[in-house]
Design a protein around this ligand. Structure first.
Ligand code: ATP
Ligand code: ZN
Length: 216
């Protein structure tokens, strides 16, 4: 069955959720929250908003369950590169943060080679391992799913590689950022294949509107 409404995957709750809905509103879309928690309906365009965990957005878009999505570049880049990847349409200018190496002992860090043989805790093992490979450094990556900043205090790792915006969380844990691994912000992504004929013009119009409000 072909769908008649474009599906846009957005983070349900979290750091990108409000800004993603604000983006739709400033693009002139009227978001109807209705009774369905998983799906919001746009009243003035044939678009539905699929509300999910941010980590699932690249897969939903790559598989065509959603046509477009908004997700942090960090989540997009962390995907296993062997899997089918969604395409990036444009950066959106919100959700800015950076993935950084942080250490309790700033003086000991003189560059990536200082990470040789070190244990590094992170929620971004793929991005970190590409960074280490690019610098010819062999380190041990400890994959954690949250609260990465406590790893040094627990004795689980010597340094961390974590998302930072203000740096307050690191500071509260006695860690100092010493190296940027990647800069991130929210990006608009699309399925890696052409959309059904009925939905392509809807997507095109939506992207143009978003471009209009993002460029300013
Ligand atoms: P979900 O419940 O959807 O899985 P989450 O806990 O994984 O949410 P959030 O903490 O809401 O994710 O962060 C979503 C995105 O916001 C991040 O992937 C990142 O792109 C961006 N972001 C901006 N600033 C920060 C920050 N200081 N720390 C973490 N993420 C940030
Ligand atoms: Zn998440």
């Amino acid at each position: 069955m072909t769908r008649e409404r474009l599906r846009l995957a957005l983070q349900k709750s979290g750091r990108l959720a409000d800004a993603s809905l604000d983006l739709l509103r400033s693009a002139g879309l009227s978001v109807n929250k209705g009774a369905n928690d998983l799906l919001y309906r746009i009243d003035n365009a044939p678009i539905d908003v699929l509300r999910v965990r941010d980590d699932d957005i690249p897969t939903l878009v790559a598989d065509g369950v959603a046509d477009l999505g908004v997700v942090g570049l960090n989540v997009l880049e962390e995907r296993d590169s062997a899997a089918r990847a969604p395409e990036e349409i444009m950066r959106l200018g919100f959700g800015r943060c950076a993935l950084k190496i942080a250490t309790p002992d700033k003086a000991a860090y003189e560059g990536p080679y200082a990470l040789d043989g070190v244990r590094i805790a992170t929620s971004y093992p793929h991005i970190l391992s590409r960074f280490l490979d690019a610098h010819g450094v062999k380190a041990e990556i400890v994959h954690m799913h949250g609260a990465v900043e406590v790893a040094p205090r627990l004795g689980l790792a010597q340094v961390v590689c974590d998302l930072v915006s203000t740096g307050a969380t690191l500071e509260a844990n006695g860690l100092k950022p010493v190296q940027t691994v990647m800069e991130s912000e929210a990006v608009l992504i699309r399925a890696p294949r052409p959309l059904p004929a009925a939905l392509a013009p809807v997507a095109e119009r939506f992207v143009e509107r978003v471009r209009g409000v993002t460029a300013s």
